[in-house]
Design a protein around this ligand. Structure first.
Ligand SMILES: NC(=O)c1ccc[n+]([C@@H]2O[C@H](COP(=O)([O-])OP(=O)(O)OC[C@H]3O[C@@H](n4cnc5c(N)ncnc54)[C@H](OP(=O)(O)O)[C@@H]3O)[C@@H](O)[C@H]2O)c1
Length: 285
């Protein structure tokens, strides 16, 4: 039986990915910061009822000790790890200057260093067992960093460059590295966003501009906190892509999901920077 370990399974892509793999016959290690949360208890109940092989373990990707506890369990039980899905993450969105260095450190600590810690801890196990696959959840924002997304996009761009090099370095050990790059999808991501605090930003030099942009986003029915109306699609698309990548012998490095992910990726290749600037300027004017 193949095994998969997923980080951040208490909601969104991670929660659904746990079920996708379990229903396909994988043994799933569903990890979360709080395995006693309502959604993790719900997952446990469904798994019991549907006889799915899901084991819940505590991992906070910013806390090495919690990761060590899990690698210890794997070593003790001589458990295989066929697939590692580095999914845990959140977004800090807003004008860059309104964030403290500590805010940005926290963002990098989860989205980038969280992946680094997991890879560093599980690579030796994969090497010993003679192979495996690492799937890092990146983001369409790596192909075009728009206003408010600078800090988040930087954390995902770090994952992107890191994964690209890692892929070539560990191939010799039979370990595959790939990324799934989603556009906007309806998960708890919007609800968990930090920043975009109208009251706080109002007091800053970005206040007026933010108010105007917020009104424009409302007119376009874009609400990052609630989800982008109709534009956002079913997160199952992303889950299915993760599953397909995990079950492909030689998956591509970057696996896009969603029209916006394709548009940004294509835009990056064909639109010169000055035209990109012009498009974004016209939008945020
Ligand atoms: N939704 C989108 O449109 C979108 C697009 C591109 C990329 N992504 C990426 O997709 C991944 C999953 O996000 P999602 O959309 O499914 O959002 P979500 O519903 O908010 O899920 C994020 C998950 O990450 C967990 N998490 C956050 N910090 C963690 C930490 N330090 N240690 C362990 N787990 C942690 C959260 O757990 P708690 O419950 O403990 O907070 C939650 O389970 C993220 O990496 C995100 O950046 C999302």
């Amino acid at each position: 039986m193949k095994t998969v370990l997923i980080t951040g399974t208490s909601s969104g892509f991670g929660y659904l990915t746990a079920f996708k793999f379990a229903k396909a016959g994988y043994k799933v290690f569903a990890t979360a910061r709080d395995v006693t949360s309502k959604s993790m208890i719900q997952m446990k109940e469904i798994a019991l009822k549907e006889k799915l092989d899901i084991e819940q373990l505590e991992i906070d990707v910013t806390n090495q000790e919690t990761i060590d506890n899990v690698t210890h369990i794997f070593k003790k039980r001589r458990e295989r790890i066929d697939v590692l899905v580095n999914n845990a993450g959140y977004g800090i969105l807003g004008p860059i200057e309104t964030f403290s260095v500590e805010d940005i450190e926290r963002q990098m600590n989860t989205n980038f260093l969280g992946v680094v810690r997991m890879v560093k801890s599980f690579l030796p196990l994969m090497r010993e067992q003679g192979g495996g696959m690492i799937i890092n959840i990146s983001s369409a924002s790596v192909n075009g960093s728009i206003p408010f997304y600078g800090v988040y996009a930087a954390s995902k761009a770090a994952v992107d460059r890191y994964s690209q090099a890692l892929r070539s370095e560990v191939r010799q050990f039979g370990i595959k590295v790939a990324m799934v790059e989603p556009g906007g999808f309806n998960t708890h991501f919007g609800k968990n966003v930090e920043g975009l605090d109208e009251e706080k930003i109002k007091e800053t030099v970005y206040g007026k501009w933010f108010k105007k942009l917020t009104a424009k986003r409302k007119a376009l029915k874009i609400d990052t906190k609630k989800g982008i109306m109709g534009w956002l699609r079913d997160p199952k698309w992303v889950v299915n892509k993760v599953y397909r990548v995990a079950n492909t012998k030689n998956p591509p490095l970057r696996n896009l999901v969603g029209w916006d992910a394709y548009a940004l990726s294509l835009g990056k290749r064909v639109i010169p920077d000055f035209i990109w600037d012009w498009i974004v300027r016209a939008y945020v004017k």
